[in-house]
Design a protein around this ligand. Structure first.
Ligand code: SF4
Ligand code: SF4
Length: 536
């Protein structure tokens, strides 16, 4: 934690409003709270405008000479295209119901992190340039001039919003500040203002099919290593197929699960589950990413990244797509896929070959979530489970924003978790389900340079975990998002040490009784399972 102060210091959040008027756009770039700029090479790969070397700490951001016109035209186009945007900008009554609901405001005390004021940073420009009263009365009507300082302010504060939509839940008018953030980030991309942790990953996806930039042989090689680990810890040799034409199901997971700890244990879980039920599936080394960093860049990039999954399903001639544990992959699937790339009529409506359940909810997208697939298998008694293998764990459930608030998936993961683990404890009601708190690092804020911001923004989530840690001895925070699996471990180390993080399918696989398995004194991480000796 090089950039974040000690937890005791970070806890001293001041909510005294600053003396500076909110209309003043100048920002102090606090180390640890802003991202390094998009590299020229990343912009070139993605075909984005104004590739150059620049630095947010420089006075001159090397914007195109006509940048003001580009932003103005970009906003005009989006106001015409998205009626919701115009409505969101017009109807806010400043009631303040959203003000204290954002984890970044709670953790930082910075008024510009109140959702109402964050939106006002765009609304004030809209009002000045696009409304009659703003054109006539200017600042008296809440309008602001579009200046380079406004662009810098947007860069700072719209990369301090994780598009989690918690604020929208409390807004009596349903104003979705996440959608405003998406639009502003898109406008910034029109003039080459962006961060490389997002663009680098999206560019990797264009080149190699996944955010991590793993080439097909490396991607397959990593999965082969996981197969070796399963053989060592479970005693069963698996043979997953790659790019196999004619398989029934194409399985796509976030690439973080193929590469990084603790996601790799979730991937081992997927492989074991599919072996256990004899699923006819294949993995693609081309569409090797389920996640979609286009969501944090532009609608066009999001659409392209989403489309490659469907192009690959068509090429391989599968019937339907099964998706792994991810957040933004599912937000894109659930909220945008159908109008961007759908309906995927060349595929079949997903039908479980084990239970016969037809997933009508995926009638158009033809893609279902591993959690709903597993819940259905368990409900029909298709998995042989020994939950006692997870008895050393005391778990709680983190509702990942995109899967829970974004998709409405609340019960299925809890049902699966309780089926494979005897010790489960909910966090306080106002921090779970629809009201869940963000991990603090979604939408591309998981870069090292955002460390301080993540510890601030993740504070409300971490405190709810700490509560059940102290009350019930919780030692594992379970979730279904690859970014959560990357972001939550350091957050726990900082605020609630001794709480580990895992994916859900990892715990399912720990409990699975595999045909031909040897004695399993360890879990999938190769760690001894306390208290299990002699029980099996
Ligand atoms: S979407 Fe989430 S991060 Fe963004 S302003 Fe709303 S509560 Fe804050
Ligand atoms: S809750 Fe809705 S109407 Fe009230 S201030 Fe926030 S965005 Fe505006």
């Amino acid at each position: 934690m090089s950039q974040a102060p000690k937890p005791e210091e970070l806890l001293r959040v001041s909510h005294i409003p600053p003396k500076k008027d909110w209309m003043d756009p100048r920002v102090d770039l606090i180390p640890g709270t802003w991202g390094y700029p998009g590299k020229a090479s990343s912009l070139e790969t993605l075909g984005l405008p104004n590739p150059r070397e620049w630095n947010p700490t420089d006075e001159d951001w090397k914007l195109p000479p006509n940048w003001k016109e580009i932003i103005h035209e970009g906003l005009k186009e989006r106001l015409e295209k998205y009626r919701s945007l115009k409505v969101f900008l017009d109807i806010c009554v400043r009631c303040g119901a959203c003000a204290d609901k954002c984890h970044f405001f709670i953790g930082s005390g910075d008024p510009k992190n109140m959702p109402v004021l964050r939106a006002e940073l765009l609304r004030s420009i809209y009002r000045k340039d696009f409304t009659a009263v703003g054109r006539m009365l200017g600042t008296f009507a809440g309008g602001r001039e579009l200046t380079e300082d406004v662009i810098k302010e947007w860069f700072y504060y719209f990369h301090q919003c994780t598009e989690c939509r918690r604020c929208s839940l409390y807004c009596p008018y349903g104003i979705d500040t996440a959608e405003i953030t998406i639009v502003v980030r898109e406008l910034l991309n029109l003039i080459g203002v962006n961060i490389d942790w997002i663009l680098g990953a999206a560019a990797n996806c264009y080149r190699t099919g996944n955010h991590l930039g793993l080439e097909p042989h490396t991607f397959k090689g990593n999965i082969d290593f996981l197969v070796d680990d399963i053989e060592e810890y479970v005693g069963v040799r698996l043979n997953p197929t790659f790019n196999r034409k004619g398989a029934e199901v194409l399985f796509i997971a976030p690439s973080g699960d193929v590469f990084a700890d603790p996601g790799i244990f979730t991937y081992m879980g997927y492989l074991m589950l599919f072996e256990h039920i004899g699923l006819d599936y294949t993995i693609s080394t081309y569409a090797s990413e389920g996640g979609n960093f286009g969501l944090f860049t532009s609608q066009e990039t999001m659409k392209r990244l989403n489309s490659k999954m469907y192009a690959e399903a068509k090429r391989l001639g599968v019937k339907w797509i099964l998706g792994g544990e991810c957040g933004h992959m599912w937000r894109v699937l659930h909220q945008y896929m159908d109008t961007m790339n759908g309906p995927a009529d060349f595929l079949e409506v997903p039908k479980s070959p084990l239970t016969g359940t037809v997933f009508d909810n995926a009638k158009s997208t033809k893609m279902i979530h591993i959690v709903e697939f597993m819940a259905d298998l368990i409900h029909h008694g298709k998995l042989k489970l020994n939950p006692k293998r997870n008895d050393y764990l005391r778990t709680t459930w983190h509702d990942s924003c995109n899967v829970s608030r974004g998709m409405g998936m609340f019960e299925e993961p809890r049902y699966v978790l309780k089926s494979v683990c005897n010790n489960f404890f909910e966090m306080p009601e106002n921090t779970i389900r629809e009201q869940t708190f963000c991990c603090g690092g979604g939408t591309g804020l998981n870069a090292g340079e955002f460390e301080y911001l993540r510890m601030m923004g993740g504070m409300p989530r971490a405190f709810a975990v700490k509560h059940v840690q102290e009350k019930h001895g919780v030692n594992l925070l379970v979730n279904v998002c690859a970014l959560d699996r990357a972001i939550l471990p350091p957050l726990m180390d900082y605020w609630a040490p001794e709480v580990a993080v895992s994916g859900l399918t990892e715990l399912v696989a720990n409990a699975l009784v595999m045909e031909g398995e040897h004695d399993r004194p360890t879990d999938l991480r190769g760690e001894d399972i306390p208290g299990l000796e002699g029980d099996e």
